[in-house]
Design a protein around this ligand. Sequence first.
Ligand code: GLU
Length: 309
Amino acid sequence: MDAAHTLDFPRLLEAAEAAARATAGQGRVADYIPALAEADPESFGMAVATVDGELYGVGDWRRPFSVQSISKLFTLALALSHGGDELWRGVGREPSGNPFNSLVQLESEHGIPRNPFINAGALVVTDRLLSLTGDAAGAVREFLRRESGNDQLDTDAAVAASEAAHGHRNAALAHFIASHDNLRNPVEDVLEHYYAHCAIATSCRDLVLAGSFLARYGVRTDGSRLMTRSEAKRVNSVLLTCGTYDAAGEFAYRVGLPGKSGVGGGILAIIPGRAAVCAWGPRLDRAGNSVAAVAALDSLTTLSGYSVF
Ligand code: GLU
């Protein structure tokens, strides 16, 4: 494999954009959160941040979009960095084989969600981060601002309000988890912080910088360590097996990288030891992954030969 700096990233990004544009018209913009339906379906952006500090982008790579479930990568990393392995007593790390907002499994598994990236698991992680920091959504915003250098980055209050107004499934999940004594904070507080971190507006540019600590095996952009190398390996492992909804097998097959998707249409993927990559296009496939972003990442790893395999 070539060293990251010998790759022609501008050319690779151009090819990835062409692959993404070829999917035009496929998939649907998420509308179960009404505010998300306002996204322009034809937008596309992609960015790469290498571990050496190089930054590349194409298309709408600086345009903010709703981070949604990509925030779950950061809540997990921050909860682990503050609280360590204790987290795993309340949430598992196996693929769920069910849709991200499913209630079914939670009943038979006594309120312990399968993994931190389905909504039920993310609610438990948000709860723990709230106990550890006093402000779970604030901790995520602060981390994203610091790593990206973008002080303007913030929660989109209209999206958060739209999520809360239509969040019956998330409220049901949270109450069910609480009925099994697996939340330490009031359900209302956990939901408020969960919606606030999902509704952060950010861009491919900001996300590759903020996610690059996983490409550097736990080291932040300022050189300080967020987590041990072993913890970073574990977060990447859970991303690979559980990060792209009920299609993580298909994503691993096509892209071959750990990654986290969100219903805002973004996917943040990690090339350990090399780079963080983020692609964004609002049209989603049936599992909830962006059609354009998967095609773009598929192109990038195929043409560059970069993957974890
Ligand atoms: N806030 C969204 C929800 O709770 C996140 C979904 C997602 O991006 O997977 O439904």
